[in-house]
Design a protein around this ligand. Structure first.
Ligand SMILES: CC(C)(COP(=O)(O)OP(=O)(O)OC[C@H]1O[C@@H](n2cnc3c(N)ncnc32)[C@H](O)[C@@H]1OP(=O)(O)O)[C@@H](O)C(=O)NCCC(=O)NCCS
Length: 281
């Protein structure tokens, strides 16, 4: 692994010289991305859980794997993908062998090669980008998008239309982290390395990024920016801001209440029938 990492770092150092004609470089980069695809490696490793104390919680980012993904866009060639009457042209192939991986993929869903989907994952017509990791038993509901390198935990529900931001464009240092057992309400947007702690439930349309205050509804205290503490029930809200141009309302996330550790909110209970796979997750 160290040799592969060094090889990628060297290629990154001379990326301005590279082209798809560099077959050896291409093979090396493909090897690194295959490790992401199989789940042997991950772009970011959230260390155990965010504490809820206001910091974002430690996330180890494997920069060389992010570099490998970017290098692929220099070294890969555009090829045509055909599906019935549809035609696509892309540098990144689609992920394959879902049944073998114990993953259910509804027509209209796409996952790119270099993303990892754990056993029991269900992809409704949705999109999972390269470098993303989706944990076992997670449901990615209709029109949800999981951006490049985002790290989604196990038994999560990303409801319809949820947008999870990626790190590649615009360039972000740390990927979004959604920890195990989270429910993200429809059409929420979580971007720029924001983090949702384990077991939390977010209401519809919640916007979360590292500039957005997360406020305790009981005390009014600002708990963090961009981090929802574990086992919180939170909704998108507005805070008053006085600016030179007048009074405005900017978004914040309001923690309505706390669940006890391990408790599932009634509205976030998983529907085991929908998730029945015939595989153990
Ligand atoms: C976030 C959520 C769990 C809150 O539900 P809850 O804990 O039962 O909260 P309650 O309904 O008791 O509401 C508590 C307060 O918050 C308000 N509230 C509830 N949900 C809200 C939301 N999404 N946005 C803003 N305020 C909300 C209520 O009006 C209520 O205010 P009040 O005390 O002044 O009456 C719930 O709204 C939810 O599940 N949302 C996601 C739904 C979704 O996207 N499902 C997936 C479909 S694919």
């Amino acid at each position: 692994m160290d040799a592969l990492r060094e090889g990628i770092e060297q290629l990154w150092g001379r990326r301005s010289e590279l082209s798809p004609a560099d077959r050896e470089a291409r093979a090396l980069v493909a090897e690194a991305i295959s490790l992401l695809d199989s789940g042997e490696c991950r772009v970011a490793e959230p260390l155990p859980e965010c504490t809820g104390s206001g910091d974002r919680g430690p996330v180890v980012v494997n920069e060389w794997l992010k570099q490998a993904i970017l290098l692929w866009f220099l070294l890969g060639e555009i090829s045509t993908i055909e599906l019935g009457p549809f035609e696509y042209a892309d540098k990144v192939p689609l992920k394959r062998n879902f049944a073998l991986a114990g993953v259910r993929v509804v027509p209209g869903a796409s996952a790119r090669w270099g993303s990892f989907l754990g056993r029991g994952v269900i992809l409704m017509p949705s999109y999972v980008n390269i470098g993303a990791r989706v944990g076992a038993g997670t449901m990615v509901d209709t029109w949800a998008t999981v951006g490049s390198c985002a790290q989604i935990g196990e038994r999560v529900h990303l409801s319809g239309g949820v947008g999870i931001g990626g790190v590649l464009e615009p360039a972000n240092a740390v990927p979004v982290v959604v920890e195990d057992d989270v429910m993200v309400g429809s059409r929420s947007m979580i971007t720029q390395g924001a983090r949702v702690g384990r077991g939390s439930v977010l209401g519809e349309g919640t916007i979360l990024n590292p500039s957005i205050p997360v406020v305790d509804g009981e005390t009014g205290e600002e708990l963090s920016r961009g981090v929802v503490p574990p086992w919180s029930v939170a909704v998108g809200a507005m805070r008053r801001r006085q600016l030179p141009g007048g009074e405005f309302f900017l978004p914040c996330v309001l923690v309505l209440r706390r669940l006890s550790e391990g408790e599932r909110h009634d509205k976030a209970r998983l529907n085991e029938i929908l998730r029945h796979h015939g595989v153990s997750a």
